[in-house]
Design a protein around this ligand. Structure first.
Ligand SMILES: Cc1cc2nc3c(=O)[nH]c(=O)nc-3n(C[C@H](O)[C@H](O)[C@H](O)COP(=O)(O)OP(=O)(O)OC[C@H]3O[C@@H](n4cnc5c(N)ncnc54)[C@H](O)[C@@H]3O)c2cc1C
Length: 457
């Protein structure tokens, strides 16, 4: 078998790469190889959210996300918004007055990096207007950031948030969409343009004379070889492992991130809510009896200590749904990806308790916990939480990984960037920030020491 390009991995990254190569660059023989059905390992476990608010240094992350959003919006228009793209925004909240200057700096930084204008609402008559986000659709809505410091306004707009909330950042070019529906649409288009999906495991890459010659794969019928001059590693959590097949040690590691969902049968989270993020560390309130129980074991004692910031939630599904998603990465440490994943059975309760700090109404569920569905996957990431997209020192070998907790939002732009590298097309300004070569630059290595907030949720 012969191919112009072999892409390993049919998650949202590999599918987007195949789409851009075949549909937008007219490459005829792209073969997409995955040992699992498309989109079933990590890409269907995500919260499906997107944002263009990212910290620096530099504007590369904001630019990649803006480009990705542009492409996704184009595809939404072309498909009649098949994948329900919305623009409800991300709402970051704090109850700590001492964190208001940090909120202001983060909003100013994002605005300065290209996320859009900053509008400050502090209860003054000269304040700009605030346009509420509709539940559906994405057209003709404000971009940029609304920084809301006026407590009356906070209460009027978001009465379900803790009464202690003192500041909100409502980042506006943000929202969510159905990854499954976008992914299948891109795959369908790619197939119409000649992309072939092969259900097989990539076992090796033949490199001779410093360049890719062939890919060895295996399925139920046995092993076979695809001769090809180009190989794209889009293997998600197996990015490092597949990197070794071309003899390159990719600088990534993985963290387990878990998500839970439950039926909000009491209707405590409004169905039109944006993505809500509590940015303060949290000390969970426990009764004396609970404290005594939790302090009995090493494993549970940590729930008595201050827990990290970042518990977040959003409503999931159409108007008839009552499902709510909740996440809290309170124990994200480097681990070796392993499947099937086993989850801590205390996770749903801890997430609900954390969310109840931000949305006190949810306390109603703490006495009798609702049934929760738990799933998750791995954030495979570089130390600075920026992706690896581009070519490797081995001729014909390309990478599209390290997509961490932003792979579905970045996929459209990342696929375009990968295809530009592979076809030798003009590269955008942000390309060097994501290329493997960045680590060869001593200035970059030095700068890495001072990278601050990585923007991870
Ligand atoms: C709980 C959670 C919440 C998240 N929330 C968001 C969010 O709100 N927004 C966002 O943008 N991102 C989010 N993410 C991150 C996002 O899901 C990932 O970055 C993205 O799905 C990665 O896509 P991928 O295609 O690289 O990997 P995957 O979807 O894992 O696909 C990789 C594919 O490669 C295949 N593969 C690997 N090795 C081989 C081999 N040797 N042979 C054949 N096939 C192989 C696998 O079978 C798999 O299908 C979240 C992730 C998690 C876990």
């Amino acid at each position: 078998m012969k191919a112009e390009v072999v892409v390993c991995g049919a998650g949202i990254a590999g599918i987007s790469a195949a789409y851009h190569l075949a549909v937008r660059h007219g490459i005829k023989k792209v073969v997409l190889v995955d040992e699992r059905p498309p989109l079933t390992l990590t890409s269907d476990k995500s919260t499906e959210c997107y944002r263009n608010m990212w910290p620096g240094p530099g504007n590369a992350m904001v630019s990649l996300m803006n480009r990705s959003i542009n492409i996704r919006e184009e595809i939404a228009r072309e498909s009649g918004n098949l994948f329900h793209l919305n623009r409800r925004g991300y709402l970051y909240a704090t109850a700590r007055p001492d964190r208001i200057p940090h909120f202001r700096r983060a909003a100013e930084e994002a605005a300065g990096l290209g996320a859009g204008p900053l509008r400050c609402h502090a209860g003054k008559s000269t304040d700009p207007g605030y346009v509420p986000a509709p539940a559906e659709g994405f057209e003709n809505l404000p971009v940029g950031i609304d920084l809301i410091l006026d407590q009356k306004m906070i209460w009027n707009l978001f009465p379900y948030l803790s009464g202690k909330t003192v500041a909100l950042i409502h980042a506006r070019r943000c929202g969510w969409f159905s990854v499954q529906q976008l992914g299948m649409y891109l795959l369908e288009k790619a197939r119409e343009h000649g992309v072939r999906f092969l259900s097989a495991r990539v076992e090796g890459v033949e490199v001779k004379g410093g360049r890719v010659r062939a890919v060895a794969a295996r399925n139920d019928s046995g092993g076979f070889v695809i001769s090809t001059p180009a190989f794209v590693n889009a293997a998600g959590p197996f990015f490092k492992e597949v990197g070794r097949m071309v003899g390159v040690d990719l600088p990534v590691f993985s963290e387990l991130h878990v998500k839970m969902s439950f039926k909000d049968h009491l209707g405590l989270l409004p169905r039109n809510a944006p993505l809500l993020i509590w940015t303060d560390p949290v000390s969970l309130p426990w009764s004396e009896e609970e404290r005594a129980l939790l302090s009995e074991s090493e494993e549970t004692r940590r729930f008595l200590e201050e827990m990290p910031s970042g518990v977040h939630t959003r409503p999931e599904g159409g108007p008839a749904s009552d499902v709510v998603i909740g996440l809290w990465a309170y124990h994200a440490v480097p681990v070796e990806p392993a499947f099937p994943i086993s989850f801590d059975n205390r996770y749903p309760e801890m997430v609900l308790r954390g969310l109840a700090i931000m949305i006190p109404g949810l306390q109603a569920y703490l006495d009798r916990l609702p049934k929760a569905v738990v799933d998750g996957g791995y954030y495979t990431k570089t130390r600075e939480n920026r992706p690896l997209i581009g070519r490797l020192p081995v001729k014909g070998a390309y990478v599209m990984g390290g997509l961490s907790g932003f792979g579905v939002m970045a996929a459209c732009g990342a696929g375009e960037l990968l295809a530009a590298h592979l076809t030798g097309s003009k590269l955008p300004n942000y390309a060097p920030a994501f290329a493997m070569e960045r680590y060869e630059d001593p200035e970059y290595q030095k700068a890495l020491e001072t990278f601050g907030d990585s923007g991870q949720l």
